[in-house]
Design a protein around this ligand. Sequence first.
Ligand code: HEM
Length: 122
Amino acid sequence: MSDLTEPQLRALVENFYATIRQDDALGPIFNDIVQDWPEHLDKLTAFWSGVMLGSGRYSGNPMAKHVAIRSRLSPALFSRWLSIWGHSARALLPPDAAAAIEATAARIAKNLQRGCGLLENI
Ligand code: HEM
């Protein structure tokens, strides 16, 4: 585990989704589906707190949520998501923490893509 803190994760989540919402490819997907942004940001902060800090603060089923919208997803969009995540992480976190959370996001992204049937041959 890296030395991340809850406020750092909150700031990262806010910066990332502010950027994503303005992205030409990803913005429309999030803006169509997410109805309550404060709730989404709270949920995603809890998710990352659970993943990176082991806080157990998140309970939910990300796989089911993404499978439900799989027709709108693609490997190229996941790459774009990860690229924006990396930019936000490197802008806001110390290098070691940014590297750790980028690697974790890449691993989860791969799992989500597999679960959505987007990487069947890999
Ligand atoms: C192309 C890439 C992605 C797109 C377009 C996308 C889109 C979305 C959307 C629209 C929602 C809201 C679903 C809903 O409320 O019904 C959502 C939820 C979520 N996403 Fe993604 N996502 C992507 C990649 C990722 C990745 C790589 C991660 C993690 C590393 C992630 C983690 C989550 C989590 C934790 C939730 C909340 C699930 C819940 O409601 O409990 N997403 N995503």
